[in-house]
Ligand binder design. Structure first.
Ligand SMILES: *Cc1c(COP(=O)(O)O)cnc(C)c1O
Length: 414
């Protein structure tokens, strides 16, 4: 077991050790990762990194000490509210990630329901089967029940099934824009109608799609309505540290009505140090991801994001065509936005064996369970490596046909 060393070591030595330690990691710069990393180029990297360093010390908990962090946060929230079509009176909070944003949404919905419905016994949330595990994590921490309802044949929320599961204990329903497992947009407009009719909170999980979908739409890609322009949407989560291209530790929880945020806030005074109040889960909060997100949003602007969306969507189209051209493979619809799932169209090609072949060729492979498929999310680092990927894929398929061995791929991507 490693012990804290008695004496210190020079930074030079330590820096070399850290750089060396990365050598076994996958080469994300060469597009080997289909998730975890969102990257365009050195210029954008430098903006995020330098902004991050400028706010390395500042603590977002100290709102009076660091009014600048508060102001940067406000700017980021307002830019996002505008992007997602929120009107007057909307609000939001900067969080450490999608999981925290979803936690805040669930917590706020629960506490609002508790305040308005004294008869509430066993509060629950009703979400599609494809919703992110963060909903269950939040419900677990908050002692809520979760009902996951079936998907339709296009892997979207089955609206009738979801509506049928709503009862007097339901404090929230949710849909994803899009959902991670299949890259499928849930029918948010229909969910909004149900939310309005039943008077229930609707959260839209746009964690992955939020900072890509509006720009893909501008390019003419068919993106269904999913944001505050849809009546009935109460809250929305969008990750800056995914397609916002900000530094990690950056997401937003947004509310149609800022007044709902009083159910989000935690206030406490029963200790010797007096009043303590936070809007989100964290206490001490790094200022750095706020500054980095602010800088990246302003550096790219709408045009920069549209250009990124074009790069991603064009790369995806090339990859999809290449996959369809390999005998024995097929793209699994809907695979919307930057998502691309592909599976086997031939019993002689076992997709798990193909995944194994790709892994052996140095690609990190995400595997979906239902349906069995290889699961990718593209970002600009993939644009230059599509041909290389397709060549390795063709090789892996040939090999899978030859060996006819059933691969044993670890399905736990995380
Ligand atoms: C990534 C993701 C989340 C969770 O976000 P983290 O930043 O990993 O906590 C939630 N929902 C969807 C759809 C996601 O893709």
């Amino acid at each position: 077991m490693m012990q804290l060393p008695q004496a210190g070591t020079s930074w030079e030595t330590l820096k070399a050790a850290l750089i060396d330690a990365k050598r076994g990691d996958l080469d994300w710069r060469r597009g080997r990762l289909p998730l975890y990393v969102y990257w365009r180029d050195e210029a954008l990297h430098r903006v995020a990194e330098e902004a991050y360093q400028l706010y390395f010390i500042e603590n977002g908990l100290g709102r009076k000490a660091f009014p600048s962090v508060k102001k940067l946060e406000r700017d980021v929230i307002e830019m996002a509210l505008g992007l997602f079509g929120a009107g007057e009176g909307a609000g939001g909070s900067f969080t450490a990630g999608g999981t925290e944003s979803i936690f805040q949404a669930v917590k706020t919905a629960r506490d609002r329901a508790r305040a308005g419905r004294p008869a509430l016994r066993a509060p629950k949330i009703v979400i599609p089967y494809s919703a992110h595990p963060a909903f269950n994590k939040a419900a677990h921490y908050l002692a809520l029940d979760v009902v996951r309802t079936p998907l339709d044949r296009a892997f979207r929320a089955d609206v009738a099934a979801l509506e049928a599961a709503i009862d007097d204990d339901t404090v929230m329903i949710a849909g994803s824009a899009p959902a991670f497992p299949h890259g499928a947009f849930d029918p948010i407009a229909q969910l909004g109608e149900i939310a309005g009719k039943r008077g229930v909170w609707l959260h839209v999980d746009a964690c992955v799609g939020g900072f890509l979908a509006p720009f893909a739409r501008e390019l003419g890609h068919p993106i269904p309505p999913f944001d505050f322009r849809v009546p009935g949407v109460t809250s929305l989560s969008a990750d800056l540290h995914k397609y916002g291209f900000a530094a990690k530790g950056a997401s937003l929880i947004l509310f149609r009505d800022a007044d709902l945020q009083r159910f989000q806030r935690f206030e406490f005074g029963d200790w010797p140090r007096g009043r303590y109040s936070t809007d989100t889960f964290l206490g001490t909060r790094p200022g750095a991801p706020v500054a980095a997100a602010w800088a990246v949003l302003n550096f790219l602007g709408r045009q920069g994001y549209v250009d990124i969306a074009r790069t991603i969507m064009d790369a995806k189209a090339r990859l999809a065509r290449g996959i369809e051209a390999i005998e024995g493979l097929r793209v699994v619809p809907p695979s919307e936005l930057s998502f691309l799932l592909y599976g086997s169209s031939d019993p002689a090609v076992d997709i798990a064996a193909v995944a194994e072949g790709m892994t052996a060729r140095g690609w990190f492979v995400g595997v979906s369970v239902e349906p069995p498929a290889i699961h990718l999310m593209l970002n600009p680092v993939h644009a230059p490596i599509i041909d290389e990927y397709l060549a390795d894929l063709a090789g892996s398929v040939t090999e899978a046909r030859r060996t006819r061995r059933t691969g044993t791929v670890d399905q736990r991507t995380y």
